[in-house]
Each structure stands twice: as structure tokens, then as C-alpha cells.
Design a protein around this ligand. Sequence first.
Ligand code: GTP
Length: 596
Amino acid sequence: MENIRNFSIIAHIDHGKSTLADRMLQLTKVVSDNNLREQTLDTLDIERERGITVKSQTAALPYTAKNGKEYLLNLVDTPGHVDFSYEVSRALASCEAAVLLVDASQGVEAQTVANLYLAMENDLEIVPVINKVDLPSADIDGVLEQIENELGLPAEEVILASGKTGIGIEDILEAIVERVPHPEGNEEEKVSALIFDATYDPYRGAVIHTRMFNGVLKPGDKIKFMFSGETYDIEEVGYFRIQREKRDSLKAGEVGYIIAGIKRVSDIKNGDTITLNSNPCEGPLSGFREVKPVVFSSFYPIASDDYEDLSQAMERLQLNDASLIYEKDTSSALGSGFRCGFLGLLHLEIIQQRLEREFNQSIIVTAPSVRYRFQMSDGSTVYIDNPVEYPDSTFIKQSEELYIRANIVLPAEYLGPIIKLCMERRGIQQNMNYIDKKRVELIFEIPLGEVMFDFYDQLKSMSRGYASFDYEILDYRDSDLVKVDILVSGERVDALSIIVHRSRSESRGRHMCERLKDTIPKQMFKVPIQAAISGKIIARETISAMRKDVLAKCYGGDVSRKRKLLEKQKKGKKRMKMVGNVEIPQEAFLAVLKTK
Ligand code: GTP
């Protein structure tokens, strides 16, 4: 155990975590130089494309230190985005240290601070690193100052590195060996092991990623999950070396995997404690909580007869994403589909893309909603995340919405417009402090529902991409909510209804009508689009009728052009949904969210 070190790399998105991890794999010869794919640790296609680490992966790095001793460095990869902060926190709980990366040209950003807090909550040793020092725009002195002033970490501990050129990688590994304590734990004690992640193997079922705190586990042992109470027989244990590497046992202090004939990843709860069924430990390891979705949306197949297909795809997707929850949902406008819960907007987007790419599904995604709480006049409390289920307003005593604590880091020159943006979103300013002469940290309390509507995009565009954003969920607070319905050709499209604060209802209603007017193609007849609260019209737009047949443009002459045009129309149609007698294109359902 003296020769084991368990660590994570934490950073703001794009500060170079995956690149650095790859370098470590290379230096410790876990992967050879020529078969190192870029960003080995990111497995899913979408992650590769977006460059965001979504699903943690772990690798055991054998390392011979300068003191001549052999070490096993367990690198626990963590997702970088705020949507996955609970996963980050569990991964960190399995480590003794965190390598904190700060981009030499970007400096400290919102998720640098948020991730550092998570690491400190888990009592980790922090190894601060300024990364990308090879960049011409690197401002090492400035970033050192930020690390000292804003993060409170001593400048002399900071290591300068570049995942691109390889500078400083060995220094980081040395620092992990020298500065980080080896894991504590006792092989003789009763088994307690933390589940910090799980992945899905189509042949073996769920693969548990675990950190052993006490005791020893080996194949044949009957294990028990302390929270869920389920028991399973271990089939295999081992280490991660990119591929799984089978071992005879997993011992106190080690990080590795367990396969135990578990069918679905959703049968495993991140943060749960594993123990032996016959000789259980006294209590679970601390910090367990059930992940609750915060963003909800419905998925419908574009063609109603694809429902069974979509249903199968959802089931298979859930096998390897335990945080996706869904149930059957029916809309009078869109037919049968699924109501789904997500950890955040990014999670929603990833699930949508995976359904489309990996499972070939054509789906309509309805406007995401948060969960609202209503105190009813009969004394009951109801939670609503689907505007369709909005309660009869005469029986609502008090409506409430969820607030977040937003942490925004931005260059001081954009302060004015961004404070204004937060105020427009009904934010309440809590704090403002200067990280250095040029950069400011803003703390706002804002309703989560307001952040859903392209807040992040606006923040980025107002600050030319420089502002960064992170948030944590606070609590439910009193609000004045209404439901806005959208009528297309006089028919209510239930999937377009939204719940919104009264002060914002008119502008949102008007905006949605304008958006729909832009995205719904002209039909053979005039199409009125209206927004209404409890039947009262608050906004209206009209799509004028199509003047001519599209084909008339081709003058009957060019046959191939005509065919192309027809094909194009047919393709376009696949992404349309008939609502009443009007065709609504797929993008209309999300277009209503964009404010500009
Ligand atoms: P997430 O997975 O999204 O959190 O990103 P990440 O932090 O893993 O960053 P990633 O390794 O994907 O790098 C982000 C970008 O920075 C990529 O375009 C890299 O090529 C680039 N990059 C990473 N490390 C360095 C470096 O040391 N120097 C330079 N110049 N560029 C780097």
C-alpha cells in the first residue's frame, strides 16, 4: 500500500486534462507512443467530438520514481462539466490527491474554483499545475498570482507543464509520489469499498469502478450494496490499464473493477458502499446521495410507428447511463413518447445525440423544463416538470421554483452587460470580487429555469467567449408562475407549452410566436400562431399562405433538378411532425428556446 497513489486531474473544461492524462499514459508506457490515439481516456464518440469528458475512466500507471522505487499511480478520470459534479465528487472521494490544472493563457475559471472546492471537501492533497505553458499567450506570472490570491495555494508548489510538448509531466508524477500520502486502510478489517463509477460491457454486464478502503475482495465472494441492499457474486476483479486486467483480488487502498453478473448500470448507485454479505462493515462510507435529475424533456419519434424502436433504444441506452431516467409519456399533438430526466442541459444534448447516432433514431425533443413545486389549497404539495400536467390554477396556493447559486468568472470589461443579463434573468447579486486586476468573480442567485434558456450562450457571446460559468442547486423559493400555451392554427400544441414567471410570460409568449413563424414553413393556407395564458391570448403571429408550388420554379424543364428538389422536400419531411393540419419541423421545438 505504501507504493500506491490514487489521484484525479481536475480542471475547467478545455484546460487540457485529457491531453495531459494521455501524456502520463505514454510516459508510464501504458500505451505505446505510436498507438496513442488522441485522448485515449475519452471513449464515447460524442466525447471525442465535443472534447468533453463525460464518463470517467480510470487507469493504473506503473511508475518508477527518481528514488528508484516502483509505484502504482491510479489515475481516476473525472468529467469536467458542471452537469456531472456529483460524479466528480465520487471520483474524488476515491483519491488522496487532485492535480489541479490551470490553463496558462485562460487562468482561473469558474470550474477551476468549483472543482477545487469539491477536492477540498474530500480532504485531498492539491498539486497545482499551470498547463499549456508552451502557448505564446501564456501568462505564467499572472496565473501564479491568481492561484495564490484566488485559490489560496502557495505559488512555490505550482508545477509548470504542457501536455502538448511533454514539459513537466514527470515533475507532476514525482510530486504525486513525494507529496501525496499513500492510501490508508486495513486488509484485515471488514470490507468497505466505494463505488465511484460504473460502465457497461455488452458481454459481462455492468462493470463497477471501485476504491477499496478496507478488507480484500476476490472472485466468489458474495457482496452486498449497503444502500440498495442487493447482493451479487463476484465473477472477476482487476485493475484498469485502459483494458481491464484481471487480478486474484482487490485489496484495501487499491482502485479497480468488479464484475458480478449485474445486468444494468442503473442497478448500481454511484457513491454506494460495497461490503461482504456474510461479514458486513458497520456502516456505509460517507457522502452517498441519490442523483436527482434537474432538467426534464420529452422525446417523441418523428414517425409515430417508430415508437417501439425508440423504446428499445432508450432501454439499451439506459443500460450504460444510470443517470438517464424516463417513463412513458403521451402528448395529444405528438403521440406516444418518453418523459426523460437529465442531470443538466448538456446531459440532455448528449443523450439526444447518442440516440440519433448510435441508435439511428429520429426524434423530437420538447422544450426542456425544470421541476416546479406547488402548494395546493388542500394542503398537498405537488411537483411538476411537465407543463402538460400544470395544475388547475384556481387550486394553487403558492408556486415555487428552484434557485441556483451561479458562479461567473469574467474579464472586468464585460461586467456591465453581464450583470444586466443576470438581472434580466431575475438574478439576485450576492457577491463580486476581483481575482486580479482584470478578472472578476460574480455570485448570483438565479432561478434554474431562467438559466435553461440560452443563458450560457448569451454569457459567452457577450464576453467574446471569456466568461465561464458554474452553478450549484440551492432551494425552492416562492414565485409567481403561469403556464403559457401555444396554439398553431387554433389548436393547442401541448408539447410547446411552457411554465414561466408571470413577469416574463408576455415577452416569452411573443418571442415563441415569432420563432415559430420563422421555423414553420409556409403551408397552402394561412396559419395563425398564438400564445395564451388560461385561454387568454397574449401574443399572435401569422404565417402567410404559400403562393406557388415549389416545382413551378423549375419551369418543367430540368428533370434532374426537379427530382433533386422533390428528394430534398422528402428529406425535409422526415424531420417534420404533423400537428393538426400543419407540419412543424423538428427544430421548431428547440428554436423556441433561443432568445436571439
Ligand atoms: P475536457 O475533456 O473538455 O474537460 O477538456 P480537457 O480539459 O480534457 O482538454 P483537452 O485535453 O481536450 O484539451 C483542450 C484543447 O487544448 C485541445 O485543443 C488541446 O489540443 C489543447 N491543449 C491541451 N494541452 C495543451 C498544451 O499543453 N498546450 C497547448 N498549446 N495546447 C494544449
